[in-house]
Design a protein around this ligand. Structure first.
Ligand SMILES: [Zn+2]
Length: 70
């Protein structure tokens, strides 16, 4: 598995889940120390990335295109 943050090597680890009191398997990055577990992964997958606003900024070159060019 590749680290999402630094693309480093991640190893499988077992972590204790405090809420359910059982150990869960997750991933630990050897380079940056990032840790991820199935719960975090599920959150990440279900989270829809914000849609980039298509609102034009007044005065930007894109907004002026096609206008005022006589
Ligand atoms: Zn990393």
């Amino acid at each position: 598995m590749q680290c999402l943050r630094c693309k480093g090597l991640m190893i499988a680890v077992h972590m204790r889940d405090l809420s359910s009191r059982h150990s869960v398997s997750g991933w630990h990055c050897l380079l940056c120390g990032a840790t991820t577990d199935p719960g975090i992964e599920a959150n990440r997958v279900s989270h829809v990335p914000p849609v980039r606003s298509r609102t034009r900024v007044p005065g930007s070159p894109a907004a002026r295109l096609g206008k005022g060019r006589a």
